[in-house]
Ligand binder design. Structure first.
Ligand code: HEC
Length: 203
């Protein structure tokens, strides 16, 4: 049989099935009042399975390595090389001279926008708090994302391991380096969900 014949048969089957469905729907609504008639409801004659198309490459969620882990193996010497990208505007040594950007000696642990007399942008001022590891990591990833109107004309350092090296270097340029953040034993450890039992006991 050629495919045309098959098409006709297929169309016939579907047509019949639809008819059966219509009849069974109508009849079941007709007979619905009289419960207990013992009439078995006709099952749909067929089901159409629509094969869902494969959407191709499943989105692989890249698990970011935690900053603490990156910092544990970060190399200040490599970070010093990264700092070449900053030198046109910043110094990090104990001379504490401001340039286009504020000096960065001891910047980790220092108040954000905390160098006296430096003309920071309002947006960086608004960030507030001290420079923690996390905050500095976000800042160097994308200064604009943290402080939209920042005066720091630097797109950001996109590689997390390079940022970690740079952070390690910055931390070394300080009278009071910050202790490294603790690495969690189980990076994927899930905190137990807070018990909801109490919510239902009120009834
Ligand atoms: C083109 C000049 C320029 C470059 C390049 C630059 N910065 Fe900056 N940086 C600035 C300016 C200007 C500010 C002040 C930003 C503001 O007030 O919004 C700043 C602010 C900062 C601050 C905040 C300091 C504080 O006292 O709160 C840090 C940290 C910093 N920069 C680190 C870096 C690092 C690390 C690099 C290199 C990866 C870098 N910057 C590259 C100009 C620059």
């Amino acid at each position: 049989m050629d495919s045309f014949e098959w098409n006709k048969i297929f169309a016939g089957v579907i047509g019949t099935a639809l008819l059966i469905m219509v009849i069974s729907t109508v009849s079941s609504s007709l007979f619905h009042e009289g419960e207990g008639h013992g009439e078995g409801h006709a099952k749909p004659a067929f089901t159409i399975e629509v094969a869902s198309e494969d959407t191709g490459a499943a989105e692989v969620e890249e698990k970011a390595v935690p900053l603490a882990v990156l910092l544990a193996s970060a190399d200040p010497a490599k970070g010093e090389r990264q700092f070449a990208k900053c030198k046109s505007c910043h110094t990090a040594d104990a001379g504490k001279k401001d340039g286009t950007g504020p000096h960065l000696y001891g910047v980790l642990g220092r108040a954000v926008a905390g160098v006296e007399g430096f003309g920071y942008s309002d947006d960086l001022h608004a960030v507030g708090g001290d420079w923690t590891w996390e905050k500095m990591d976000h800042w160097l990833d994308s200064p604009k994302a943290m402080a939209k109107g920042t005066k720091m004309a630097f797109a950001g350092l996109k590689k997390a391991d390079q940022r970690a090296d740079l952070l390690a270097y910055l931390n070394s340029m300080s009278d009071n380096p910050l202790p490294l953040p603790e690495v969690a034993d189980e990076p994927a450890a899930e905190e137990a969900a807070p018990a909801e039992a109490e919510e239902h006991s009120g009834r």
